[in-house]
Design a binder for this molecule. Structure first.
Ligand code: UGA
Length: 472
């Protein structure tokens, strides 16, 4: 099928390459000529495992290309909208201006197709009501229908999540109206190869589809802040939050994933989606129902403060002290520093007068632009050399695997603050380190043999089925 993807940022670029991989003829469009030129030359503009290969394969197959010109996509049968909906500069709501401008520009080139149907498919995360108002704008063009098909991909797993999603959501203006089945069939044809694998596909109305996406992100944020709130309690009354997470996660109703306590969530989605959800509920007069999300946000912000306080406690003051921060990206396997907890901690340490050196396998370029006063060092050994405190802020595999004896040979003082609860405290103590972690008062003060809880977010499916007693 001939398909266009409008907006080839993170979401759109991966979606376009995935659609080409599925056998479609895809044109990605963006108003940013540098981004289009980079993609067209086969250069991935961001770090995402597997994406560069998919991009190069798509271009080589002749099924994938990029443009800045709307005229080049006018004859596509399906147009995906992959535009960003960042937080507004004047408040907490979502800025829909990119999405609205793209719909206007698309409507201006769409030919009126008599008989043939054209589908416009929104993938961006938007407040409920957005799809219905965009559909009204498109209603002037004959034969065009809008569907809302929210995207759930995670950075670091974007290719896998695009080709093998947990579920596919179709939001329609009216799922039982005449013509709805035809729209569904057209989108089914796009996802034919994914649906053939048995992925669940749910059809619902616009508002439900929009709310599925924001509810999913709000729930994930709530889960993380819940365990981080327990971490706060542990820090005062004692206890080890990683053991609590492991134990409560064994209850299938709770589940162990997204219960990793640490410096909290960041990135371009969870924090801003949480605030936009709350802002739109407040605007619609149901703010009280979601007022708990204020607290979810506040717990998350407090974690960042806690790391800075703990660093000051460990060093007896921050002024002039040499601190190495391991990680700048908001999560591993990404070079994205948007609302990164690691970077905010580094920035606050700098502001408090510390000499901060940051290392990260992928995000240093962006870091140097954001924090020009921080020292950035790509080489791990050089980054550790002379440190009086090491702060593990993003759990890249190489930091999880850090050898305490090797690190001890480089630093000036053996102090480490594990902001992601990924190190085994006992091992580090045995190598002569003072190690502190978030929500692990017990392990900070007493000897514990417990390894960190295994709640890594790498799998799509929960672990093996628990054994059950056979009925007698
Ligand atoms: C998130 C959602 O997980 C995706 O499903 C969604 O499609 C995406 O937002 C989006 O709306 O576009 P992403 O931003 O890539 O994906 O990152 P997550 O994997 O959700 O992680 C978000 C943050 O939470 C990271 O800073 C991570 O370190 C932190 N986190 C995650 C924790 O602190 N603890 C955990 O247990 C899990």
């Amino acid at each position: 099928m001939r398909i266009s993807v409008i907006g080839v940022g993170y979401l759109g670029a991966v979606h376009a390459a995935a659609l080409a991989e599925l056998g479609h003829d895809v044109t990605g469009l963006d108003i940013d000529p540098d981004r289009v030129a980079a993609l067209q030359a086969g250069n991935a503009p961001f770090h995402e495992p597997g994406f560069a290969d998919l991009l190069v394969q798509g271009l080589a197959s002749g099924r994938l290309r990029f443009t800045t010109d709307y005229a080049d996509i006018a004859d596509a049968e399906v147009h995906f909208l992959g535009l960003g909906t960042p937080q507004r500069t004047d408040g907490h709501g979502a800025d829909l201006s990119h999405l609205e401008a793209a719909v206007e520009a698309l409507a201006a080139v769409l030919p009126a197709r008599s008989g043939a149907r054209t589908l416009v498919v929104g993938k961006s995360t938007v407040p409920a009501g957005t799809a219905r108002s965009l559909a009204a704008r498109l209603s002037a063009v004959d034969g065009v229908s809008l569907l809302w098909n929210p995207e759930f991909l995670r950075e670091g797993f974007a290719v896998r999540d695009s080709l093998s999603p947990d579920r596919i959501i179709y939001g329609l203006a009216d799922p039982v109206a005449p013509g709805a089945a035809e729209q569904v069939a057209l989108l089914d044809a796009v996802y034919e190869r994914i649906l053939a694998l048995g992925m669940p596909r749910l059809v619902m109305d616009f508002e439900t589809a929009e709310l599925v996406k924001v509810s999913a992100n709000a729930f994930l944020a709530t889960k993380i802040s819940f365990i981080n709130a327990i971490a706060e309690v542990c820090e005062t009354v004692g206890g080890d939050v990683t053991q609590i997470a492991r134990a409560i996660g064994m209850d299938e109703r709770i589940g162990s994933r997204f219960l990793r306590a640490g410096i909290g969530f960041g990135g371009g989605c969870l924090p801003k989606d949480l605030r936009a959800f709350l802002a739109s509920a407040e605007e619609r007069g149901v703010g009280e129902a979601l007022s708990f999300l204020h607290e979810i946000d506040a717990i998350n912000q407090r974690r960042r403060t806690r790391v800075v306080d703990l660093a000051a406690e460990m060093l007896g003051g921050l002024q002039g002290r040499r601190i190495t921060v391991l990680g700048a990206a908001f999560k591993p396997d990404s070079d994205d520093i948007r609302d990164s907890p690691a970077l905010e901690v580094a920035e606050r340490l700098l502001l408090a007068g510390a000499q901060v050196r940051i290392t990260d396998p992928a995000a240093l370029l962006a870091t140097a632009r954001r924090l020009p006063t921080a020292e950035v060092e790509p080489d791990l050994a050089s980054a550790l050399r002379g440190a009086e405190l090491v702060v593990l802020a993003t759990e890249w595999q190489q930091y999880r695997d850090l050898d305490p004896d090797w690190a001890a040979s480089l630093v000036r003082a053996r102090r480490i603050l594990d902001g992601r609860n990924v190190l085994a405290p006992q091992e580090w103590r045995e190598a002569g380190w003072e190690i502190r972690a978030l929500g692990r008062a017990s392990t900070a003060d007493t000897v514990s043999t417990a390894a960190p809880a295994s709640t890594a977010d790498t799998a799509r499916t929960p672990g093996s089925e628990p054994r059950r007693l056979q009925p007698v």
